[in-house]
Design a protein around this ligand. Structure first.
Ligand SMILES: C[S@@+](CC[C@H](N)C(=O)[O-])C[C@H]1O[C@@H](n2cnc3c(N)ncnc32)[C@H](O)[C@@H]1O
Length: 251
């Protein structure tokens, strides 16, 4: 497992982001969450990777950001990027599992998690993290979501094996309501978030990564796995994508 994570980190580290997304959609989520006008915000970016959204939250909102990831290599990269943009004093990196966050109750104005909560399961994550939010605090996260109720068997079988909690937006919104949040907004990420911003730069890395790893069997397996995911997205992207969920903690 250690070796797998090290290889995944080596592959993804140079990329601007480690999952689908964009500055535009993060900014839209900030607006919909009503964070734009606020001052002195404390935000935790959970599963931040190399910090695409942490940097934006620190820059656009002048927020104090705690950037959490369990891969220290990503946090090192984030710190370099933060220094290059003179944002290091607003971003506190924290190497920690999202299942064991050392935060106090009511500590944060907002919790941010782009493409990461699935690692502990959507409902487990929103239930566990809720206490870290101030009353009326905002939860913003993106999550793999069915875009249609009717889905071809091939892609349904793939996702139900990879992530059985995949659901339509109405299912995710119901989970938010069940767990003490009032849903505020939802939108589906556009396709450029997947292609131009995530898969294209990742694909460009494959040959260098394989050379760096001496074309090892494990490295080739990882590239094959990523290529399979990309091929499925090309074939079935009208049926699934990332949904962005914005919800307020019910007091
Ligand atoms: C799909 S990436 C998204 C990264 C970033 N939010 C973005 O949008 O570019 C998921 C991130 O979650 C992190 N992660 C996975 N499991 C984790 C865990 N148990 N605790 C903390 N971070 C975790 C990974 O290292 C990775 O950086």
């Amino acid at each position: 497992m250690e070796e797998l994570y090290a290889l995944l980190a080596a592959l993804h580290r140079p990329c601007r982001r480690q999952g689908p997304g964009s500055a535009e959609t993060s900014r839209l989520a900030m607006r919909l969450a009503g964070l734009e006008q606020a001052k002195g915000l404390k935000i935790a970016d959970i599963g931040c990777g190399t910090g695409a959204s942490s940097l934006l939250l620190a820059e656009d909102l002048a927020a104090e950001v705690t950037a959490v990831d369990f891969l220290p290599v990503f946090l090192e990269e984030l710190q370099q990027r933060a220094r290059a943009r003179s944002l290091a004093d607003r971003i506190r990196p924290l190497a920690c599992s999202m299942t064991e966050l050392p935060f106090a109750d009511n500590e944060f104005d907002a919790l941010w998690a782009e493409g990461s909560v699935y690692n502990m399961g959507f409902e487990n994550g929103i239930r566990t993290w809720r206490r870290f939010l101030k009353p009326e605090g905002m939860l913003v996260l993106s999550e793999i979501t069915w875009l249609s109720d009717v889905v071809p068997a091939e892609i349904r079988a793939y996702w139900e094996k990879e992530y059985p909690e995949i659901a339509t937006a109405s299912g995710k919104i119901a989970a938010l309501e069940r767990n003490g949040y009032s849903p505020v907004a939802y939108f589906a990420l556009p396709e450029n978030c997947w292609r131009e911003n995530y898969y294209d730069p990742l694909r460009e890395r494959f040959s260098v990564f394989l050379a760096e790893q001496g074309h090892s069997d494990r490295a080739r397996e990882i590239v094959a796995m990523e290529e399979q995911e990309m091929a499925l997205y090309e074939k079935f992207h009208q049926f699934y994508g990332y949904g962005m969920y914005i919800a307020r903690k019910r007091a």
